[in-house]
Write a protein that binds this ligand. Structure first.
Ligand SMILES: [Zn+2]
Length: 102
């Protein structure tokens, strides 16, 4: 138990092993209950960021804006839609490869 860096965490022992006629025994704990809480936030944040990136990135100019762009109505950012220049402070320029490919 200790070698695995786990703690019972208040759970009831799932089983008891007795050795040598009951003189020595050890409590067994279910490992799945004893697992420390995993840092799920990172994976969660990555998934969230991916979803947000899809809503913030213009499919035409590949800029990623700091705000959600109206993909559903315009299908692109305002600049691609009607030429309204976007404030460079409101977006992250796409990688150079994307610019070259465009
Ligand atoms: Zn655009």
């Amino acid at each position: 138990m200790r070698e695995m860096g786990l703690r019972p965490g208040g759970q009831e022992p799932a089983a008891r092993i007795e050795c040598r006629g009951g003189r020595r025994f050890a409590w067994l704990y279910r490992i799945d209950l004893a697992k420390p809480k995993l840092p799920m936030t990172l994976a969660k944040e990555a998934a969230l960021d991916k979803a947000m990136a899809a809503r913030q990135t213009c499919p035409q100019c590949r800029r990623r804006y700091h705000h959600v762009i109206p993909l559903r109505t315009l299908g692109s950012c305002l600049e691609c839609h009607d030429g309204t220049p976007a404030d460079p402070a409101t977006y992250i320029a796409p990688p150079a490869t994307h610019q070259l490919a465009a």
